[in-house]
Ligand binder design. Structure first.
Ligand code: NAG
Ligand code: NAG
Ligand code: NAG
Ligand code: NAG
Length: 338
């Protein structure tokens, strides 16, 4: 028994090391590679890409913001650890190399969000790491579970944050800290009778619309918005997507939706056609995928960086939970397989 356990542990360590090797250019040329893997029980929640190509990732299981270099095998570097908090969540660029970040308490012990723990911060990376200028924009004590984050429009003073429990969208002026609820709709509320109280999740603006997923209503939806972030038209379901977390758009307006705890990556075309590109509930290839963002340099603008929680929230029977990963997904290569 002990020997067997030792043997499996060795196997585990071995496979762990092999899959964790950053930039292992395998001869199989898989369209999905591991760029970086964090230690076990690290749940990566969100990702933003700097114009330099460096990746910023937030962690729901610790109050930390990390930078990952997709062009080297260097370990992730800690950008900032936020005080009096347990988690970092949504992140979005508000001005060139200045990012807004949601900070709060999501409890790993109870697997739930703590009311009244949320705040929005500004991380100014212009003076360059390792000396970012980090300031609090405001506390938002009335929020229940701030999750996704997006800028209303380029040059706008407003960001929009999804509240996954209240089922609303908060607007925050990142200059003044003034905030209020601007969007409320049944398509944003948690679905009744689900294990997790989790409604609207990822939010991103594109061409005058706010697009959003609702995790347990299993939809991808949108609403046209004003420059004030208010609704100026009807809410509509774009597609029935199944379990849906955060997502990213390509240049043509196709959305790529991470599906934690479903473990798949889906493409939704502008006219609502859904294709599962890779992964699934019984696959570990994209296990625990929480969010995605495209590269921003000539070298990687076809690469979708997908971040994962390593399966903490759900994983195929018999496969272990692993550390959260940053995966590089070659979208043109993956699309060729469909
Ligand atoms: C948090 O706030 C929500 C909405 O007001 C409420 O339904 C929930 O019971 C609160 N949870 C706790 C632990 O206070
Ligand atoms: C959030 O967590 C931090 C660190 O554990 C703690 O100091 C703080 O009181 C918590 N906030 C709330 C509202 O529970
Ligand atoms: C996953 O595996 C389980 C158990 O083998 C099976 O019942 C289920 O149908 C599979 N799901 C999919 C989507 O293939
Ligand atoms: C990671 O931690 C989980 C507990 O959360 C444990 O079940 C699992 O075996 C660990 N995985 C590895 C690779 O050590």
């Amino acid at each position: 028994m002990v020997l067997y356990a030792l043997f499996s542990l060795c196997l585990l360590a071995l496979s762990h090391r092999v899959t964790a090797a950053p930039h292992s250019h395998s001869s199989l040329k898989s369209p999905i590679r591991t760029t970086y893997q964090f230690p076990n029980e690290t749940w990566i929640e969100n990702i933003a890409v700097r114009s330099s190509g460096q990746l910023l990732v937030t962690i729901i299981t610790s109050p930390d913001l990390y930078q990952v270099d997709p062009f080297s095998s260097a370990p992730a570097s800690l950008v900032h650890s936020f005080p009096h908090a347990q988690s970092t969540l949504g992140i979005t660029e508000v001005q060139p190399d200045i990012f807004a970040v949601i900070v709060g308490n999501w409890s790993f012990d109870t697997f739930s969000s703590i009311n009244g723990s949320y705040s929005l911060w500004k991380v100014d990376l212009r003076p360059a790491i390792p000396n970012p200028v980090v300031t609090k924009i405001t506390d938002i004590p009335e929020a229940s579970f701030l999750n996704g984050l997006t800028l209303v429009a380029p040059l706008s003073p407003y960001v929009l944050a999804s509240d996954s429990i209240l089922g609303v969208v908060w607007r925050i002026n990142y200059h003044t800290g003034e905030y209020k609820i601007v969007l409320e709709n049944t398509l944003m509320t948690p679905a009744p009778g689900q294990e997790f109280e989790l409604g609207i999740n990822g939010v991103h603006t594109r061409k005058g619309y706010l697009y959003f997923t609702n995790s347990f209503q299993f939809i991808f939806a949108r609403v046209p918005i004003s420059l004030e972030g208010t609704a100026i038209g009807l809410y509509e379901v774009v597609a029935n997507t199944g379990l849906s977390d955060d997502f990213a758009f390509d240049k043509d307006g196709n959305a790529y939706i991470a599906q934690d705890p479903g473990g798949a990556l889906e493409q939704v075309t502008p006219d609502g056609k859904v294709t599962v590109l890779a992964g699934g509930t019984n696959s570990t290839i994209l296990e625990g995928d929480t969010s995605a963002a495209f590269g921003r340099t000539r070298l990687d603008d076809n690469t979708l960086y997908v971040v994962t929680n390593g399966g903490i929230a759900g994983h195929p029977a018999g496969s272990p939970i692993v550390g959260g990963k940053v995966l590089a997904v070659n979208i043109p290569e993956l699309l060729k397989q469909h």
